[in-house]
Design a protein around this ligand. Structure first.
Ligand SMILES: [Cu+2]
Length: 112
């Protein structure tokens, strides 16, 4: 019981750290790393005017960023060492996925 509580506390604070690390102010660039077939962090919270830059840190896989639900055109496939970016001006919740790997998902939350 005690162990369970501790584990829960640790994972909550880890989650908080991941989210906090991704908060930024207008004009800044927030990086999302792509590694081990995941977007890291998976959730970024930003203010309007911020640019999110996805960096492919894989050894060989190429990926894309695709805001499918929004109908925003899929990015080019980008290879290890390459990146793609988008600036978010309007508040909203922007879920996305990788084009070739639909199981890779992430969310950009834009709020004042
Ligand atoms: Cu991918």
């Amino acid at each position: 019981m005690v162990m369970k509580t501790i584990a829960l506390t640790v994972s909550k604070s880890l989650l908080a750290a991941l989210i906090l690390a991704s908060v930024a102010n207008a004009g800044e660039v927030v990086e999302v790393s792509i590694e081990k077939m995941q977007f890291e962090p998976q959730l970024v919270k930003i203010k309007p005017g911020i640019t999110v830059k996805w960096v492919n840190n894989e050894r060989r896989n190429n990926h894309s960023v695709f805001f499918e639900k929004e109908g925003y055109p899929e990015s080019e496939r980008f290879f290890p060492g390459e990146s793609w970016q988008r600036t978010f001006d309007k508040p909203g919740v922007y879920p996305y996925r990788c084009g070739p790997h639909p199981e890779m998902t992430g969310v950009v939350e834009v709020a004042e």
